[in-house]
Write a protein that binds this ligand. Structure first.
Ligand code: NDP
Ligand SMILES: N[C@@H](CC=O)C(=O)O
Length: 399
């Protein structure tokens, strides 16, 4: 029998307990063994929960129980979660997590520790919620040199943008809905300022390109600067505004990674990705373009990915599957400043600065407001052409 402990009984942890119980026989068939939940560690008690008898408050009970071979970490953050993950791996237990902050900051160290201990550290749920992306990138696309990854990687912000466009909700009301649905991080600043998408593109880039890309190396802009006026101008030219995380391999082998809102052409499938859905487009030198799509956040979709990892860890107890990347460094990444793209600019004076640009229009625009789409250029060239004027909005365009 495979015995499991869950750390953190919140949105994802409670979903994992539910999926393990509901799909027990299915999981047994796929694992060829019984998989049973033995403990749930949380700071609180849950007297009303059907799992109340499994709650413990002291991690050492789990750490010192030789019957527990798989620990599911769904606490989040990089403090208690880091300590418990290290201790679980050192105690010879495989660890499965949905915690992208921990993987993005400490993935290299934790993967190395797992390998040394002969156990697994698995994190399918850390990117794209329920979408299979980590395993496909690591296994199914292993024959490829990955050239580019571009994705809608945050369910909360995609949900907010969709609700603002479709239902005309204010930013704050749309955010509250996302929180009520269990999509947002404990501190939703991580979602709306792009830090969550940044952590996810770091994980994907580390896996795809083989060296750790740290969040501090990735310029990041969230959606707080996106207004209904920008959304209207985007629609006027057949585009949608989406928060994208991108990682592009450069000719010198460095990775150009960044997170920012983009105007996405309606011809690009990413533009049709709405609500809490995420999509990740990967380009490999053999396969060409491939895309992964599904629910990017929420209790059961995320639990689906976590439990798949539990099954994987249980099935490969004696022949651990290795996922590794090397330590990072200053030579891993390069700035997106030289990356060329068309730009959307809104503000006074932009028409004069870009006389050949496509001029955009929207109803009820203030008289002095101007908006344009420029020809492709780098950020450095853009700043030179702006010659000191500061647009109110400035987003890249993805064709
Ligand atoms: N929600 C989602 O859709 C998704 C979340 N994730 C990730 O999964 C992880 C968990 O997210 P989520 O379930 O939403 O978060 P929640 O805040 O809902 O759950 C975390 C749980 O852990 C408890 N906890 C906090 N500190 C400790 C501790 N020291 N020891 C034991 N328990 C503790 C919390 O208690 P208390 O509430 O009292 O603090 C809470 O019950 C995060 O890393 C998140 O980024 C990944 C994909 C999707
Ligand atoms: N807050 C995150 C949760 C999943 O990773 C999101 O909204 O995508």
């Amino acid at each position: 029998m495979v015995q499991v402990a869950i750390l953190g009984f919140g949105v994802v942890g409670s979903g994992v307990a539910e999926v393990l119980a509901t799909n027990e026989s299915q999981i047994e068939r796929k694992t060829d063994d019984l998989v049973r939940l033995k403990y749930i560690l949380d700071v609180r008690d849950f007297p009303e929960s059907p799992f109340a008898d499994k709650i413990v408050h002291d991690f050492s009970i789990i750490e010192n129980d030789p019957d527990v071979s798989i620990v599911v970490e769904t606490i989040g953050g990089a403090r208690a979660a880091l300590e418990f993950t290290r201790r679980a791996l050192l105690a010879g237990k495989s660890v499965v997590t949905s915690n992208k902050e921990l993987v993005a900051e400490h993935g290299c160290e934790l993967l190395k520790l797992a390998a040394e201990q002969g156990v697994s550290y698995l994190f399918e749920a850390s990117v794209g919620g329920g979408i299979p992306i980590i395993r496909p990138l690591n296994q199914c696309l292993a024959a490829n040199e990955i050239e580019e990854i571009t994705g809608i990687l945050n369910g909360t912000t995609n949900y907010i943008l969709t609700r603002m466009i479709r239902a005309g909700l204010s930013f704050d009301v749309a955010l509250k809905e996302a929180q009520q649905n269990g999509y947002a991080e404990q501190d939703p600043t991580a979602d709306i300022e792009g830090y969550d998408a940044c952590r996810k593109i770091c994980i994907l880039a580390s896996l795809a390109f083989g060296r750790h890309v740290y969040p501090r190396q990735v310029p990041t802009e969230g959606i707080t600067g996106v207004t209904l006026a920008d959304i209207a101008y985007a629609e006027s030219c057949g585009r949608k505004i989406k928060l994208l995380g991108r990682a592009i391999r450069q000719a010198d082998g460095r990775v150009c990674a960044y997170v920012a809102p983009h105007l996405v052409s309606e011809e690009n499938p990413l533009s049709g990705v709405e609500d809490v859905f995420n999509a990740i487009a990967v380009r490999g030198n053999a396969i060409g373009d491939v895309m992964f799509y599904g629910r990017g956040a929420g209790k059961l979709p995320t639990a689906s990915a976590v439990v798949a990892d539990v099954i994987d860890a249980a099935r490969h107890r004696d022949a651990k599957k290795r996922m590794v990347w090397e330590e990072g460094g200053d030579d891993v990444t390069t700035s997106p400043d030289s990356l060329k793209s068309p730009w959307y600019l809104r503000g006074q004076g932009v028409c004069a600065r870009f006389p050949t640009a496509e001029v955009l229009h929207r109803t009820d625009a203030p008289e002095e407001e101007q908006a344009v789409l420029t020809a492709p250029m780098s950020q450095t060239e853009l700043e030179k052409a702006l010659a000191g004027i500061q647009p109110v909005s400035q987003f890249r365009v993805l064709e």
